[in-house]
Ligand binder design. Structure first.
Ligand SMILES: O=C(O)CCC(=O)C(=O)O
Ligand SMILES: [Fe+2]
Length: 209
């Protein structure tokens, strides 16, 4: 597979610093996006599990809150490795621009069946959550507004300030602790990769239990 990597024309750090989120419509090479889409479509729901909310022992599956199926990326295919490398480039770039101290990234494929969504939430609500920057790459071709499934970015008062169409190749970055967002109910299968850049998990560090 031939990829050109991150485009350098967009400077995501500026918009992140000023309003907390940014949309990057053609961030990845289309060949890489197609390979990731093929991978998720080939597998279907095989190897995926229902996504939960909450961490550790608090984890619950609640259909009314969140309807997606997920599979974590493990670098087992060339497309996954390429994608994770691009995220690593981005991590370094964002750290230089914003000094967020991002340390590592985790990412999962997500499939939302028709009729499902994800209610408005923050990705890092609890104090001890090490997620700082969220990234979502969409994999669906020819998405229409009438098909629902937009990512609705909210302001602090809960008003929707932007709808982002989950169209293949579009990537959205937002600050995990401060940008409320929801996946509005989708009318067709909706495929994406959601990723989180984390700071070093101080709970695992020396001197802690
Ligand atoms: O798929 C999206 O647009 C957002 C997904 C999301 O909010 C999440 O997985 O936390
Ligand atoms: Fe989220």
């Amino acid at each position: 597979m031939e990829t050109t990597g991150c485009r350098s024309d967009a400077e995501p750090g500026d918009a992140l610093a000023s309003r907390g989120w940014v949309v990057l419509p053609r961030f990845f090479d289309p060949g890489l996006v197609a390979a990731l889409r093929d991978e998720v479509h080939r597998a279907g729901l095989v190897g995926m599990r229902r996504a939960g909310i909450g961490r550790g022992r608090q984890r619950r599956v609640l259909d009314a809150v969140r309807g997606d199926w997920i599979r974590w990326l493990d670098g087992s295919t060339a497309a996954q490795r390429e994608f994770l490398e691009r995220l690593e480039d981005l991590r370094i770039r964002i750290n230089r621009a914003l000094m967020l101290g991002l340390f590592e990234v985790e990412a999962h494929f997500a499939l939302y069946p028709p009729g499902t969504g994800y209610e408005c939430h923050l990705d890092a609500f609890q104090q001890d959550n090490p997620r700082r920057l969220s990234a979502v790459l969409y994999l669906n071709r020819h998405w229409r507004r009438s098909q629902g499934g937009t990512l609705a970015i909210h302001d602090a008062r809960g008003q929707i300030v932007e709808h982002i169409l989950p169209e293949a190749g579009t990537m959205v970055l937002f600050l995990s602790q401060t940008v409320p967002h929801a996946v509005l109910p989708t009318r067709r299968w909706r495929a994406s990769i959601a990723a989180w850049f984390r700071v070093r998990d101080i709970g695992d560090g020396p001197g802690t239990r």
